[in-house]
Design a protein around this ligand. Structure first.
Ligand SMILES: *[C@@H]1O[C@H](CO)[C@@H](O)[C@H](O)[C@H]1NC(C)=O
Ligand SMILES: *[C@@H]1O[C@H](CO)[C@@H](O)[C@H](O)[C@H]1NC(C)=O
Ligand SMILES: *[C@@H]1O[C@H](CO)[C@@H](O)[C@H](O)[C@H]1NC(C)=O
Length: 584
């Protein structure tokens, strides 16, 4: 009996030792990025969206940023004192994405001037910023006309193909309302970026007559009124390539799907539905009116509706990681239509298959009454709910690339649970300027919770590290994957909020708050980083900040950053004792 105990103890400590490193983030520096008034004076303010998307030139240590209608060039060569070296305002536009490739900067423009300019977006191609070459620095090379309201661009490694996610969100009010065709734009530079280009638009019309098949896989066709068609309902908004860049995967967030594009034949070959997540065995806080944090399981489902998606290969498997933000179509300001219905209202239209406990909880604003459910999905032919679908997976999933994109790992309710445990004052918050975190906490519980939206991946210390940007109010969680997907673990969450009893707006005025609504995260290796260590750049959209965060890799025992020789000796010793005690 004693021997058994000793064996278990020794082997358990060996197991703990061999779990290796843990990962966390800490602040290096933050730059506050202004907007500009009519005479080009800098205007600082919370929630101006001045930094939405970023790109990095590692050679010249330059970050390019877009947000709202402003393009910024930021010198980060001194990471403790980042400097804005150039800015330009593009009137009547929304600059939606930026990339750096080779010698060039690419950015996508949604031009709000008139209907025609919205229906035809633009991709700008500029020469890179060059401090000592005024003639070439940021010289405009192309203005390429693309489809309606482009939301993301992604070049291939050789920079000769640039894909454009043609989101084509509905716009215009009343009789001027329209829902333009979503698509995937393919820009090609067959003879190099500075030579002539071609543009091909791939649309989704071929899927219009395959709706039953698509819906069976959990693809959503959301706005069906007004004779709308599926190819207009789709809103492509995220792009990731497979390893050899022969296939692109396109996130269709509101449609709860990922489309597959064959880049050799330039065709959209498939749309994979992502299905729904059951909350019977995971916990969430579904109410903003329950007086705080109350995590519980409910027999309801949610659509994953990912924003960021990242392809990766890991341990010989091809995977797609998704940040399951959630998003509902809302045309209330345009044509008085939206798709969300609160639980209390849904409670009046339930079929007999809804469990009694759910029926009761829906009538309770402290439980499911405040959560919003889709009014286009889950209804039977009598217009009653057979299934209640809410929005967003409140976490991440890892899916295998293959038929049906099966889930290898899902974070369940862990993001919400960890924030509840470690940062209760910042839990599920809207991040409203005039509120303190304490006053504002729980305000997003009825609407997608932590809102996991941005993703970045890197291999560090032998594990696949996943950085997740959470939008409500703003934090970055880290997950790590070991040599099996079952060995995926939550590591830590970072917040750039110093106080919980000062308003978000005041903390902005004091320049102490950052990473609020982190829309974009870019990993830089130790070699590429201006800090000479592994780091991430973070675009804080609401805080209007560019931040550099250091990635801390800690030996769980020595906290020295590297496994020390004492640790190696001890774990080998434990290993030997473990084997010996096991045998005898
Ligand atoms: C936006 O569209 C208008 C009208 O076509 C055009 O004059 C203007 O140059 C465009 N702006 C940008 C930044 O492309
Ligand atoms: C939808 O199309 C049908 C057939 O073309 C037409 O009769 C109907 O008026 C249209 N409905 C709307 C709302 O436009
Ligand atoms: C916030 O809390 C800190 C620490 O408890 C305290 O020192 C500070 O005075 C408080 N500030 C406000 C504005 O209440």
């Amino acid at each position: 009996m004693t021997r058994f105990l000793i064996t278990s103890l020794v082997c358990a400590s060996l197991f703990l030792c061999s779990s290796g490193f843990s990962y966390s983030l800490s602040k290096v520096s933050t730059l506050y990025v202004p907007a500009y008034d009519a005479t080009d004076n800098a205007v600082y303010g919370f929630n101006q969206g001045t930094v939405e998307q970023i790109a990095y030139d590692p050679q010249n240590k330059i970050v390019y940023a877009v947000g709202a209608n402003i393009f910024h060039v930021i010198d980060v060569s001194n990471p403790n004192s980042m400097q804005i070296v150039y800015h330009k305002v593009y009137a009547n536009t929304d600059l939606t994405d930026i990339e750096f490739c080779g010698d060039h900067v690419f950015f996508a423009v949604d031009n709000d001037t008139n209907v025609e300019s919205r229906l035809q977006g633009t991709v700008y191609v500029l020469k890179k910023y060059q401090k000592n070459n005024a003639a070439e620095s940021l010289r405009e090379i192309h203005r390429i006309k693309v489809g309606a309201i482009p939301d993301m661009i992604k070049p291939t490694k050789d920079c000769r193909t640039v894909l454009v996610a043609i989101e084509a969100e509905a716009f215009g009010s009343g009789s001027a309302f329209q829902d333009p065709q979503g698509g995937v734009g393919v820009i090609k530079f067959p003879n190099g970026v500075e030579q002539p280009n071609t543009y091909t638009n791939l649309d989704f019309t071929a899927f219009n007559n395959r709706l039953t098949e698509l819906e069976d896989q959990g693809v959503r066709f959301v706005y069906r009124e007004n004779n709308n068609t599926f190819d207009r309902d789709v809103e492509p908004e995220y792009i990731t390539y497979n390893t050899d860049e022969s296939i692109a995967y396109i996130g269709l967030q509101e449609n709860n799907a990922i489309a597959e594009v064959n880049l050799i034949t330039e065709t959209i070959t498939a749309i994979h539905g992502l299905g729904a997540k059951s909350w019977s065995n995971y916990k969430l806080d579904p109410s903003d009116k329950d007086g705080g944090i109350h995590l519980s399981s409910y027999d309801i489902k949610s659509f994953y509706l990912p924003d960021a998606i990242h392809f990766h290969t890991w341990m010989d498997s091809s995977i797609i990681i998704t940040a399951n933000e959630g998003d509902a179509k809302d045309y209330a300001d345009l044509i008085d239509w939206d798709e969300e219905r609160r639980g209390a209202k849904a409670a009046k239209k339930l079929s007999d298959v809804i469990p009694a406990i759910v029926k009761t909880d829906l009538k309770d604003d402290k439980k499911l009454g405040r959560l919003t459910f889709s009014k286009v999905d889950g209804l039977n032919s009598d217009g009653e709910y057979d299934t209640l679908y809410t929005y967003g997976g409140r976490g991440i999933s890892i899916r295998s690339v293959g038929a049906g994109l099966p889930i290898l790992y899902d974070s369940g309710g862990i993001v919400e649970e960890q924030i509840a445990q470690n940062f209760p004052d910042f839990f599920n918050s809207k991040g409203e300027s005039e509120k303190t975190p304490k006053e504002n906490m729980d305000s997003r519980s009825d609407s997608m919770g932590p809102r996991c939206e941005a993703l970045e991946t890197a291999v560090i210390g032998g594990r696949l590290i996943i950085f997740v940007g959470n939008g409500s109010p703003g934090s970055i969680s880290i997950f790590s994957v070991g040599d099996k997907f079952s060995d995926t673990r939550y590591e830590s969450t970072y917040f750039g909020i110093p106080q919980s009893n000062v308003t978000f707006g005041s903390m902005y005025d004091q320049r102490t708050i950052s990473e609020i609504d982190p829309e974009d995260i870019r990993y830089v290796s130790g070699t590429d980083s201006p800090t000479n260590g592994e780091a991430i750049f973070v675009a804080g959209s609401k805080s209007g900040t560019l931040s550099i965060l250091k990635v801390n890799i800690e030996d769980d025992r020595s906290a020295a950053g590297k496994p020390g020789s004492a640790y190696l000796l001890m774990s080998s010793l434990l290993g030997v004792i473990c084997i010996i005690t096991y045998i005898y």
